[in-house]
Design a protein around this ligand. Structure first.
Ligand code: ADP
Ligand code: MG
Length: 700
C-alpha cells in the first residue's frame, strides 16, 4: 500500500510524461498519494433542483427553479447592491449582486421563471445566494451524476487539457486501482468514539461523494485527522520539554526587584500585569525551563513585565538579555530600561550592528566576568563572539521577526537552557495560538494601563483629503505630531515608491516650511539615513513623519497623536492594527485615519469597517483569521512544528481544532510515550509521517 501510493504520478493511467510534468510543476503533485490528497475546494450539485425551503448554508453550489418577485437597489456608492426576492411555492430567499445590477433586471424581469445557481450563505441571519448565476430554464441541462468535485487548477493546466474535470477523471482512475485495504491512520476505538468514517471511505467520498451528508462526514474525518496529528505532535514535544529539560531555578525575589518595585515603579501594575508576573515567577521558580509567550496589545506594558522578569534573574545572580528586531527598537528599550533602573546599580549595555569596536570589547569582557547584568540589542546578540558568563533569561521582543533557527542559537549561549520569554503585540486567537505556539505556554495582558483614551478611527475617501489635511494642521497647532504612512508591497516597490513620492509632493505643498518640518523614511534609504530621519521625529524636531511601513514595529513617540494610513485597503488587518498602535501612547486623544479609494473589494471593506469599529486586537485577529486564514498571519512559522494544511482551515474549523486538541491531550495524559497497545497506531503514524499532516522531517 505504502509503495503503491509512492509511485510517480506519470505512471497513473491517463497521465504520462507531459501531464506528469505539468502536475508536478503547477500544483506539486509528484506521486499517487499527492493526487489522492489533492482535495476539491468546492462541490456543485446540478443533478437536482432544490426547493427554496431546502436551502441551507452547508449545501454546495445548488440550483433552484423559481421566479423573481421584485428587485430593490440597496445602499449607494461602494455599498450599492441589487437585491432580488426570489421564491418558489415553498418560500422566498434573497439573491444579491454587486455587479451586473443593470443587466440582470433587464433580462430577467419580475414574474418570469428562472433557474439560479449558487452557494447558499447566511447574512444577517437570513439565507441568500450572493452572485448566483441566473439562466432561462429552457437553457439549463440536467446532469445525471450527483455532487461533483471542483478542483483548483491553473491557467497552464487549463491550456493543457487539465481542467478540474480532468483532475476528477484522474482521481477516478486512481481510486479504481487502489488496493482494497487502506492502512488506517486512526485506531478503531477512536473512530468509534467520535463516530468518524474510515480513511478509506473518507478519501473516496471526498472526491466522489454519494450525498451531501457523505461529503460532510468525509471532510470532518480528514480535517480532524489533520489537526489531531499536529496537536499530538506539538503536545508530545511539549511534554518531553517539560519532563526532560531542567532549567535554572530562580527561587529568590530579592533586592533588585524589591528596590525597583518600592522606589522606582512610577505607577501601579495593572491586574493583567500582576497576573502575568505571577505566571512567570511560578515558571522561574519551578526548576524547569520556562518557554513562555507573552501576548499583549501595543501599549499594554509588556516591556515592564520583561524588565521585572530580568530583575528576578539578577536577584538569582544570573544575567539577562533582551533582543529586539530593529536597532531603533533596541535603543528605545535601552533608553526606557535605563530610565527605570536609574540609581539602582545595575549594569545595562546596548549591542547593535553599529556599536563601536571599543564598546564591543568592553561588553564582551564584562559579559564574561558577570559584571554586565543586562544586555539589550539586535541580532548582533546572536554572534558567536557574544558569550555570557551565566545567562539565565532571554527575552525576545516582537518575535515574528525572528525565525526558529535564530531562537535556537540563543539557547546555546549558556550551560543550562536559559528561560525564554517571547513577547508579541500581534494578538492571536486562542485556538490559533494553541497550534502556532503549541509548544509555548501563553500569558496574555488583556488590559491597557488606566487613563488611556481609546484611539478614534475614521475612514475617509481620497477626495476628502483636504479635510484630513485641515485636521492634521489643527493637531500640529496643538503641538502634536503626525504619521502619514504609505504601503510598501515588495512586488512593486517601484510603484509604491512613486505613490510615496506623489503623496510627499502634495504633503510638502500643504505643509510648507518654515512653519512645518517633515521627516521622510522609506525602504530605499540607507539605514543611517533612516535613523537620522527617525531621530528628528522622535526628538520632536519635525511635525510630520511620512513613511513606508518601516515604522510598523515598536517606535514610541507619545507626542504623536495622529496616524494617517494611505491606501489603507492595501494593508492587512494585523498590519493596520500594528500601525494604529503607534499612536495613543500619551495622555492626549489620538486618531487613526484610514484613507482609501472608492473601489473596495468586499474583503477590503470588511477590514476597514473592522478597524473603525474596534480597538481590540484579539477581535481584529479573529476577523483577520476568518477573512484570510492563518496562512499569511505573521508568526505562522513560529510553532517549531511546520505544518501544511490540506483541508482544515484554522479560522473556520476552530471547533474541530479544539476537539482535536482535547483528544490529543487526553491520550498523552494517559500514555505520554504512546506505548499502550491501543495507541500504537499513533506512534507509528507520527514516526512514519503522513502526507496530510505534518512535514515531520523538518522537525528538531
Ligand atoms: P508594550 O511594549 O506592551 O507595547 P510598553 O511596555 O511600551 O507597552 O508600555 C507602554 C507605556 O505604558 C510605557 O510608557 C509604559 O511605561 C507605560 N506603562 C506600562 N505599564 C503601566 C501601568 N501599569 N500603568 C501606567 N503606565 C504603564
Ligand atoms: Mg513594546
Amino acid at each position: 500500500m505504502h509503495n503503491f501510493l509512492k509511485q510517480d504520478i506519470q505512471f497513473l493511467p491517463g497521465v504520462g510524461p507531459v501531464r506528469g510534468d505539468i502536475l508536478r510543476k503547477e500544483i506539486g503533485i509528484h506521486t499517487f498519494e499527492d493526487l489522492l490528497y489533492y482535495f476539491p475546494y468546492r462541490y456543485v450539485d446540478k443533478s437536482k433542483f432544490y426547493k427554496v425551503n431546502e436551502t441551507h448554508p452547508d449545501l454546495p453550489y445548488i440550483q433552484i427553479r423559481g421566479t423573481i418577485r421584485n428587485y430593490t437597489t440597496i445602499g449607494g456608492g461602494r455599498k450599492k447592491r441589487l437585491v432580488a426576492a426570489f421564491g418558489d411555492d415553498s418560500g422566498t430567499i434573497e439573491l444579491i449582486w454587486f455587479k451586473g445590477t443593470k443587466w440582470i433586471p433587464e433580462n430577467f424581469p419580475p414574474g418570469k421563471e428562472v433557474v439560479v445557481f449558487g452557494k447558499p450563505s447566511v447574512y444577517n441571519r437570513k439565507i441568500n445566494l450572493v452572485h448566483p448565476e441566473i439562466e432561462d430554464p429552457a437553457k439549463v441541462k440536467k446532469v445525471s451524476s450527483s455532487l461533483q468535485a471542483v478542483y483548483s487548477t491553473t491557467e497552464k493546466m487549463k491550456d493543457n487539457y487539465l481542467p478540474s474535470k480532468a483532475i476528477s477523471k484522474l482521481q477516478s482512475n486512481l481510486i479504481h486501482i487502489l488496493p482494497s485495504a487502506f492502512s488506517e491512520t486512526l485506531p478503531s476505538w477512536l473512530l468509534k468514539k467520535l463516530k468518524l468514517v474510515t480513511l478509506d471511505t473518507a478519501l473516496k467520498q471526498i472526491h466522489f461523494p454519494d450525498s451531501v451528508n457523505d461529503q460532510k462526514r468525509a471532510e470532518l474525518r480528514l480535517k480532524f485527522e489533520e489537526l489531531f496529528y499536529i496537536q499530538l505532535n506539538i503536545l508530545q514535544k511539549r511534554t518531553i520539554r517539560k519532563t526532560e529539560y531542567s532549567g535554572n531555578k530562580f527561587p529568590h525575589v530579592g533586592e533588585h526587584l524589591n528596590a525597583f518595585y518600592r522606589e522606582k515603579l512610577p505607577f501601579e501594575l495593572t491586574d493583567a500585569q500582576k497576573r502575568v508576573m505571577k505566571e512567570i515567577r511560578a515558571d522561574l521558580g519551578s526548576g524547569k525551563q520556562m518557554n513562555r509567550l507573552l501576548q499583549g496589545d501595543v501599549g499594554s506594558g509588556k516591556t515592564l513585565v520583561a524588565l521585572m522578569s530580568m530583575l528576578i534573574a539578577l536577584d538569582n545572580k544570573f544575567q539577562a538579555c533582551l533582543m529586539a528586531p530593529t536597532e531603533i527598537l533596541a535603543k528605545q528599550h535601552y533608553a526606557s530600561i535605563n530610565k527605570f533602573l536609574d540609581g539602582l546599580n545595575i549594569n545595562v549595555e546596548l549591542l547593535t550592528g553599529s556599536t563601536k569596536n571599543a564598546d564591543r570589547q568592553r561588553i564582551h569582557t564584562t559579559l564574561s566576568d558577570n559584571s554586565l547584568h543586562i544586555l539589550i540589542g539586535t541580532h548582533a546578540l546572536l554572534e558567536d563572539v557574544v558569550q555570557f558568563d551565566n545567562l539565565g533569561l532571554v527575552i525576545i521582543d516582537e518575535q515574528h521577526r525572528f525565525g526558529v533557527a535564530q531562537r535556537a542559537k540563543l539557547w546555546k549561549k549558556s550551560k543550562v537552557l536559559p528561560h525564554i520569554l517571547v513577547m508579541t503585540a500581534t494578538p492571536i486567537p486562542r485556538t490559533l495560538s494553541m497550534t502556532l505556539y503549541g509548544d509555548l505556554d501563553i500569558s496574555v495582558i488583556d488590559e491597557l494601563p488606566p487613563g488611556r483614551k481609546p484611539i478614534i478611527t475614521k475612514h475617509f475617501f481620497d477626495n476628502q483629503r483636504l479635510r484630513v489635511f485641515g485636521f492634521i494642521r489643527e493637531e500640529i497647532r496643538k503641538g502634536r505630531q503626525v504619521y502619514i504612512v504609505y504601503p510598501l508591497i515588495r512586488e512593486s516597490e517601484k510603484m509604491d515608491y512613486k505613490d510615496l513620492e506623489d503623496g510627499l509632493e502634495s504633503i510638502a505643498r500643504a505643509f510648507p516650511p518654515p512653519e512645518y518640518a517633515i521627516s521622510v523614511v522609506h525602504g530605499r534609504m540607507k539605514p543611517e539615513e533612516k535613523e537620522i530621519a527617525m531621530n528628528h521625529f522622535v526628538a520632536g524636531r519635525t511635525h510630520i513623519m511620512v513613511a513606508t511601513t518601516v515604522i510598523e514595529v515598536g517606535v514610541d513617540v507619545p507626542n504623536a497623536t495622529t496616524m494617517v494610513i494611505e491606501s489603507a485597503e492595501r494593508f492587512g488587518l494585523s498590519q493596520l492594527h500594528q500601525l494604529r498602535g503607534r499612536v495613543g501612547r500619551g495622555a492626549d486623544q489620538s486618531y487613526c485615519i484610514l484613507m482609501s479609494g472608492y473601489k473596495l473589494s468586499e474583503e477590503g471593506r470588511r477590514r476597514l469597517e473592522t478597524m473603525v469599529s474596534t480597538n481590540d486586537g484579539f477581535e481584529i485577529a479573529e476577523v483577520d483569521l476568518k477573512l484570510r486564514g492563518p496562512g499569511n498571519l505573521e508568526g505562522t512559522q513560529q510553532s517549531g512544528v511546520p505544518f501544511n494544511l490540506r483541508i482544515a482551515h484554522l479560522g473556520k474549523d476552530q471547533q474541530i481544532l479544539t476537539l482535536a486538541r482535547d483528544v490529543a491531550e487526553k491520550i498523552l495524559e494517559e500514555d505520554p510515550g504512546l506505548q499502550l497497545e491501543k495507541n500504537h497506531i499513533f506512534a507509528r503514524h507520527i514516526r512514519k509521517g503522513s502526507p496530510n499532516a505534518v512535514n515531520w522531517g523538518d522537525i528538531s
